[in-house]
Every structure is written in structure tokens, then in C-alpha cells.
Ligand binder design. Structure first.
Ligand code: SAM
Length: 221
């Protein structure tokens, strides 16, 4: 699951480039029901990335009407799984960062239920979000000092749950005040002594500590 960034090929990560090099095929979402790539922004980025890398890969169109429909996600997951019957390594691409309003986590839920080995062997590659890029484009910080950052869906379909990202703790801080929830603690991520725990640690030991309290959500049935 490869995040593409906000549409500038130069905002693709080295990890995304490595994934394309290692992939036999790349599944590319398109809103066109005839499976053409005419209207696909993802296709434009992938095409430019492959040209930049000087490689050719099979591109598999994945019809994604973006109607928030479970049957569509099942069809999309099916295309990924069918492609994996032909090839060892397959990428599926998504705009911006996969963690922000991307259907890839619905697809991963379906893949997990259909083939646990493929799910366990899958990897999600982070990317630049549209709003990180938007902030940089106009040279305005998203948050400074004691400000918070809020990301809101403009057309919610029901009750809105919230994911909270908690940053810049004080060393020695007791985390009881952070409350309860689906917490993960990230210490020294990608650095020496990296520790990612699926709960909230009791006391902060390092400044490079980040907490995510994930929104309550149901998995697909
Ligand atoms: C389904 S969400 C995907 C968000 C994406 N995963 C991200 O990390 O930004 C699509 C929304 O992201 C925003 N978006 C994504 N790329 C954008 C771009 N290049 N320019 C403006 N808005 C963008 C728009 O609000 C769009 O409706």
C-alpha cells in the first residue's frame, strides 16, 4: 500500500520508489468505469515516477468510484488478490498519505479476512499529506507553539469519531492525564532504541515520544 503524496512526483518517498522497483505490477485506482486512466491522478504520478526511475511495470486499473461502498472495496481487493496470483509483489497506490481518508484500510480488512498470509506480508508506506504540502506551498505552519491541528470531514455520514495525536511531552510526565482509548506509543521511531507499543506507556522517558489515540471504529463484517 503505497502513499503517493499530493500529486507532485518529487513528493514521493524513497520507500515508495523502492516499492515500485520491487513490484511486478502496480494497481492504480481510476474513477473511469471503462478502466481507462484518463481521469486518474494516481496514474499521472505513477507514470512520472516510473519514468524518473527508468523502469517499466505492468499497471493494473482498479475501478474506484469513491462512493464509500463495501462492494466496491471488495471488487478492488479482489483485483489486488487476483494480481497477486500472477505476481509475487504488487503495489496498490493511494493519494497523499494512506493514513488520512484512504480506502486502503478497508481493502486491508478485506484482504486480512480473505488471505491472512498476504495481509501479514503487506506493508503500508507513509506519504506526504495534502495539507502538509498546502502548508509548505504558502509558507504557513500548521501548528506553532501551543496550537492544535484539526482535520475534519466536510460531509460526515454519521457520528464523527476522533483520532488524537499527542506530541511534545515532558520527560517524566505521568500519562494518566491522557485518558483511555486505543492508544499506541511511539518512542524513537526509525531511530536507535525504536519502541512502538500498542498501549499508552505509564511515564514518558524520551522527548521523541508520540502517542496516537485512534478513533473508535468497526471493522467490515
Ligand atoms: C480521499 S481524501 C485523501 C486525502 C489524502 N490521503 C491526504 O493525505 O491528503 C481526498 C481529499 O484530499 C484533499 N486533497 C488531496 N490531494 C489534494 C491536492 N493535490 N490538492 C488539493 N486537495 C487535495 C482534498 O480535500 C480531497 O477531497
Amino acid at each position: 500500500m503505497v502513499s503517493l503524496g499530493p500529486a507532485d512526483v518529487e513528493l514521493l518517498t524513497l520507500k515508495a520508489c523502492r516499492a515500485f522497483q520491487e513490484s511486478d505490477a502496480i494497481c492504480v485506482p481510476t474513477k473511469s468505469s471503462d478502466s481507462s486512466f484518463d481521469k486518474s491522478i494516481s496514474y499521472k504520478i505513477v507514470k512520472e515516477a516510473l519514468e524518473f526511475l527508468g523502469i517499466k511495470r505492468e499497471l493494473v486499473p482498479v475501478y474506484s468510484p469513491m462512493l464509500f461502498n463495501e462492494d466496491d472495496w471488495r471488487n478492488e481487493a479482489n483485483i489486488v488478490l487476483e494480481t497477486l496470483k500472477k505476481y509475487d509483489c504488487v503495489s496498490f497506490v493511494t493519494l497523499g498519505d494512506a493514513g488520512v481518508y484512504s480506502s486502503i484500510y478497508y481493502l486491508l480488512d478485506i484482504i486480512k479476512e480473505r488471505d491472512i498470509d498476504i495481509y501479514d506480508n503487506s506493508e503500508v508506506i507513509a506519504g506526504v499529506t495534502s495539507f502538509s504540502a498546502g502548508s509548505a506551498r504558502v509558507k504557513k505552519a500548521l501548528c506553532l507553539g501551543d496550537e492544535e491541528l484539526i482535520i475534519k470531514p466536510l460531509n460526515p455520514r454519521g457520528k464523527v469519531e476522533t483520532t488524537k495525536i499527542l506530541m511534545r511531552p515532558k520527560i517524566g510526565m505521568d500519562t494518566e492525564v491522557l485518558g483511555e482509548g486505543d492508544f499506541y506509543t511511539y518512542e524513537n521511531m526509525y531511530l536507535a532504541g525504536e519502541n512502538i507499543t500498542p498501549y499508552k506507556i505509564d511515564r514518558v522517558k524520551k522527548y521523541m515520544t508520540l502517542f496516537i489515540n485512534f478513533a473508535k471504529r468497526d471493522s467490515l463484517s
